[in-house]
Design a protein around this ligand. Sequence first.
Ligand SMILES: *[C@@H]1O[C@H](CO)[C@@H](O)[C@H](O)[C@H]1NC(C)=O
Length: 278
Amino acid sequence: MRSPTFSLVSTALLLVGGAVASCHGKPAACQTLDASIVAHSGTPVGKEVKNGDVTLYITEPDKKNGRAKARSGAAVLYLTDVFGIALPENKLLADSFARAGYLTIAPDLFNGSPAPGDINVPGFNTTAFLAAHGPEVTDPIIASTIAYLRQKHGITHIAATGYCFGGRYSFRVLAPGGGVEVGFAAHPSLLEGGEITGIAGPVAIAAASNDALFGPAPRADAEAKLTAGSQKWQVNLYAGTQHGFGVRVDLSDPQQKYAKEEAFLQAVRWFDRFLVAE
Ligand SMILES: *[C@@H]1O[C@H](CO)[C@@H](O)[C@H](O)[C@H]1NC(C)=O
């Protein structure tokens, strides 16, 4: 049992500290997350539904989840890598955002035909695949998913989390009128300068130390553009990682597993910071 003295002291501390004081009396909403919330394997718990022609993977927080109560009007839009919602790790990571209290939706960006789990298999043409899934095809899928969140789920605040291919779209939906308030991108690919300077909300990036698609030069360029801009931003660089680590890692490598979990917690804490009034 805590002594009365300790309670008085801790209450005083809570009242003095700005951000901490706002959590006073709402411990469930402010519950600290730890890495055990990240599912690396197992069976996804969400379901697939159709919104017009687009398949959506939806995963909802447990109603008894204290963090979910404080996030009932908020959702996470999960924008996948080229492996899409067919990749179990994408569904499992979306489930992890739901366990963090956010209704989470991942649209099938590839209409049932994502890249094969190993893009180096003979016969798969990456150039042709990416050409067939440019912004003119992908933006409308994402826009319809945002409309679905608002209309079908009464969502008023949306965060976007994107990985590799999807990372670029975390920036695109942060443009004025894009419908998203805060973004996170892990190891984005094909990200263009105008998409970085065009954001109208805060963005955080998780970058891999070994990444041919978002290496030191594009990363420095992104940081320079974000620094010159007026939005809040954060770039975390994870040692011992490679492109894709936010979703799929070699689980036998403790450093990679750690980095994936930290990148997930980085996203959740960024969303909490800008999306949830606590
Ligand atoms: C891959 O697709 C591109 C664009 O459609 C095409 O120019 C190229 O020849 C293809 N490569 C192979 C090996 O088929």
